[in-house]
Design a protein around this ligand. Structure first.
Ligand code: PRT
Ligand code: ZN
Length: 297
C-alpha cells in the first residue's frame, strides 16, 4: 500500500461523540475545512485530516490502515477486538478522552427476582454487543442465549422476544421507561483515542506522538481548577491541609491587611461544595473555583 504522508483520524459523522470529538481536536490546535459531502475534512495548518463515518466502522478502518487513529466509544472498540478483526493487527486504546461516558449493563424486567448472574441461566438476552456479553457470560460461567439485535434492544423483553437485555446505559431513563432494572455492569465506557498497537515508523508516527502530547495537556487543563481564597496567617496551616492534591499553593499579601493572605492553588480535579465548606470552616473566605483555559508549565 502506498504510504500516506498526512495523518487521518476517523470519527463519528453525526452522533453523540461528534461535537465533543471535534471540540477536543480543535483544542489540540487542529482545524478542518469541511468538504461538501462532509465525509472527508481536510486539515488546515497541520497535516491531519478527518474521515467522518459511522462509529461502528471506526475500528475496522484503523485495523485496515485506512485511518491512523479513531475517536470511538470503548464499547465499540472492545466489541471489535472480540468479534471483528481477528486477522488484522491488534488495536490499542491510546487515551481515554473523558466524554461519551456510559456503561454496558445487564437489565431485567422490574418484576424479575434477580439474585446473581446465575439468574440469567437458560434465559435469552438481547444485545448489540454479542462479543462483550458472550465474554462476560463465559467468565461468569452462565449458559444463556445471546440474541443479537442492531437496535431498539430495550423493547425486546416487552415484545417477548428476550428475557433480559445487555445495552448501554447513561442516565438510566430508557430502562425506567421500559420497566427494566439494571443488575450488572459489564463495562464502563467513554470515548477513547484508538490506534494500532505499533505506531507507523514515518512522519505519521511523529505526528501521533505530538498529538498525544497535546491531548495530555488539553485533558490536564480541562480537569484542572484554580482555587483562590483568602485566609488569616493563623488559619493558613489548617486551610492548606484541606486543599485537594496539586502543586504547592502560592501565597500573596493582601494590601492593608497584614494578617491576611491570598492563596492560589492549582487542583488536579473538580473541587466539590463539600470540600469548599470544609475549607471555609477551617478559616478561609472569599473562595473562587475557576476553570483553567490554557496552561504551560
Ligand atoms: O450512526 P452511528 O452508528 O455512528 O451512531 P450510533 O447511533 O451507533 O451511536 P450514538 O451516537 O448513539 O452513540 C455513540 C457512542 O456514544 C456509543 O458507542 C457510546 O460509546 C456513547 N454513548 C454514551 C451512548 C450513550 N451514552 C447512550 N446513552 N450510546 C448510546 N446511548 C443510548 C443507549 O443505547 C440507550 O438506548 O441511549 C440509551 C440510554 O440512555 P439513558 O440516558 O436513557 O440511560
Ligand atoms: Zn453505531
Amino acid at each position: 500500500m502506498k504510504t500516506r504522508d498526512r495523518l487521518r483520524i476517523a470519527m463519528q459523522k453525526s452522533g453523540r461523540l461528534t461535537e465533543p470529538a471535534l471540540d477536543l481536536l480543535n483544542r489540540c490546535g487542529l482545524s478542518f475545512r469541511q468538504s461538501r459531502d462532509k465525509l472527508f475534512c481536510f486539515g488546515e495548518g497541520e497535516p491531519v485530516d478527518l474521515l467522518l463515518v459511522r462509529d461502528d466502522d471506526i475500528p475496522g478502518l484503523i485495523a485496515q490502515g485506512v485511518c491512523d487513529l479513531g475517536i470511538v466509544g470503548r464499547n465499540v472498540l472492545r466489541e471489535f477486538q472480540l468479534v471483528g478483526g481477528r486477522d488484522e493487527p491488534p488495536l490499542h486504546e491510546w487515551r481515554p478522552l473523558g466524554f461519551g461516558r456510559c456503561r454496558l449493563s445487564i437489565a431485567v424486567p422490574q418484576e424479575i427476582d434477580y439474585q446473581s448472574p446465575q439468574t440469567l441461566s437458560g434465559q435469552r438476552i438481547a444485545t448489540s454487543y454479542p462479543g462483550l456479553l458472550g465474554e462476560w457470560l463465559r467468565t461468569q460461567q452462565v449458559d444463556a442465549g445471546v440474541m443479537t439485535l442492531a437496535g431498539s434492544v430495550e423493547i425486546a423483553p416487552k415484545l417477548g422476544t428476550a428475557d433480559a437485555i445487555c445495552d448501554l446505559v447513561q442516565s438510566g431513563g430508557t430502562l425506567v421507561a421500559n420497566q427494566l432494572r439494571e443488575t450488572e455492569v459489564l463495562l464502563e465506557s467513554e470515548a477513547v483515542l484508538a490506534g494500532p498497537q505499533t505506531l507507523p515508523a514515518d512522519e505519521r508516527g511523529d505526528m501521533i506522538e505530538l498529538l498525544l502530547k497535546r491531548l495530555d495537556g488539553v485533558i490536564q487543563v480541562r480537569e484542572s481548577r484554580l482555587l483562590l481564597l483568602q485566609t488569616s496567617r493563623h488559619s493558613l496551616e489548617a486551610v492548606t491541609r484541606l486543599l485537594p492534591g496539586g502543586p504547592q499553593p502560592t501565597l500573596l499579601p493582601v494590601a492593608g491587611q497584614p494578617d491576611q493572605l491570598m492563596l492560589q492553588a492549582l487542583c488536579a480535579g473538580e473541587v466539590s461544595w463539600r470540600q469548599l465548606e470544609e475549607i471555609k470552616l477551617a478559616g478561609a473566605r472569599e473562595m473562587f473555583v475557576l476553570p483553567v483555559e490554557k496552561m504551560l508549565a
